[in-house]
Ligand binder design. Structure first.
Ligand code: ADP
Length: 396
């Protein structure tokens, strides 16, 4: 603990297949959270690359680490974080876990029993959950005194009614967990809380939030709670993404496997890593590259991306019974005015009126005063949401 009115710090870790994103938040005595450091450890050739930024985004470190073993790089990372804490007490580590299944719908403190249960859930999201759990297990083993909290990306969607979570399959499959869960929950929860502060009237009404990043989904919010969302059993469903296909006729899968001879592993790679904007364009999964490209295929990929957003927005507005607000967030939603403009123009029938100048300037509100739908851009912060959960979860 420092003597400067700080009562401690919270670390957040978001471990994916090839990177660990981290953030350190200072917790003031009144509970206010302030991001102090944000960073990333990413696979880079045979080793790792560690980057760390201060609260203003200034680069503090950009280092090549030689470690190849996960345990060694995590240990190095934790030692580096210890140094960054500058003597502050670490009140806990919050982790993003992509899938909590049907049974885990709230943030929870990590116990050996919980880790075992979550390990069993890994088959629901084999490409994500094992990576999410690896640092939790390692920290529990090497630093058992540290409080760890898991936050599930599916949890925010616990308010979805059964009619939105059910597949039209025989009911025994639902009992075995084959149902729609929804993802990007930490992002939607953050956006919903921000909207409650920025625009309480709209927050209390019918809102579509569009998380458009490398992964992309949309959520129908009523009174700030999830009513429906475009992702389902896995994070493959719904919108076109950087490298993921989005909604696909299941019959196409059967055809690919039966007639094109794709194995299960080939199919998984195709759907997760070779599809989406990358597959459509053959150029890149990166929206910036596609928007700057003069190739017709790049424009076609963007056309499909926008078409799917518009199509799903109509469906979600219909589920909501109308629309009071629309929020853009994540990399593309926050930074690509051209995409926002194209989506808003096509949603004119719902009462959306875009203020083109405000949109081009990246203003917080990009609809005109007479628009029937208030359109906002809200920068998401999943790390801040995780830190809030660590702060607010009563200590077991
Ligand atoms: P992740 O899901 O990996 O967190 P992000 O939310 O960072 O992804 O979003 C990454 C996407 O945002 C990429 O497609 C990137 O091209 C896009 N993006 C970032 N900045 C811009 C920009 N200025 N214009 C258009 N697209 C952008």
């Amino acid at each position: 603990m420092s003597g400067q009115g700080e009562s401690g710090a919270i670390l957040t870790l978001n471990a994916g297949s090839s990177s660990i994103k981290l953030a350190i938040f200072d917790v003031a005595e009144d509970g206010a959270l302030k991001a102090r450091r944000r960073g990333e450890l990413r696979e880079d050739g045979a080793g790792q690359r560690f980057r760390l930024k201060d609260a203003q985004g200034g680069l503090l470190a950009d280092e090549a680490w030689a470690e190849t073993r996960f345990e060694a790089s995590l240990d190095h990372l934790l030692a580096r974080i210890d140094a960054e804490l500058a003597g502050r007490h670490l009140a806990g580590i919050g982790h993003r876990v992509v899938h909590g299944g049907a049974g885990h719908r709230m943030p929870e403190e990590v116990t050996p029993e919980l880790l075992e249960l979550l390990g069993d859930l890994a088959e629901l999201a084999p490409l994500h959950v094992p990576h999410n759990l690896a640092p939790i297990r390692e920290i529990a083993r090497t630093r058992p005194g540290i409080r760890q909290v898991v936050c599930f990306d599916t949890a925010f969607h616990r308010t979805m009614p059964a009619v939105a979570t059910r597949f039209a399959l025989p009911r025994e499959f639902e009992r075995r967990g084959i149902r729609r869960y929804g993802f990007h929950g930490l992002s939607y929860e953050y956006v919903s809380r921000r909207l409650a502060m920025l625009s309480p009237r709209v927050h209390g009404g019918r809102v579509i939030a569009a998380h458009l990043g490398n992964g992309a989904s949309m959520c129908a919010l009523k009174g700030g709670e999830s009513l429906d969302t475009t992702m389902g059993f896995t994070a493959l469903d719904g919108l076109v993404m950087g490298t993921r296909c989005g909604a696909l006729d299941p019959g196409a899968l059967l055809h690919l496997m039966r007639w094109e001879g794709l194995s299960i592993d080939d199919t998984e790679r195709l759907l997760y890593t070779r599809a989406g904007l990358l597959g459509l364009s053959g150029i890149s999964n990166d929206m910036r590259v596609l928007l700057e490209s003069a190739e017709p295929v790049a424009a076609e990929a963007v056309d499909v991306f926008v078409h799917r957003i518009v199509r799903e927005a109509g469906a979600l507005a219909s589920v909501l019974g109308g629309l009071d607000g629309f929020v853009f967030t994540a990399g593309i939603g926050e930074n690509a005015p051209e995409i926002r403009e194209r989506v808003c123009e096509r949603l004119g029938w719902l009462g959306v009126r875009l203020d083109r100048a405000a949109n081009a300037d990246g203003a917080p509100v990009i609809s005109t005063p007479d628009s029937g739908v208030e359109v906002r851009v809200i920068a998401t912060d999943e790390e801040a949401m995780i830190a809030e959960h660590v702060r607010d979860l009563p200590i077991a």
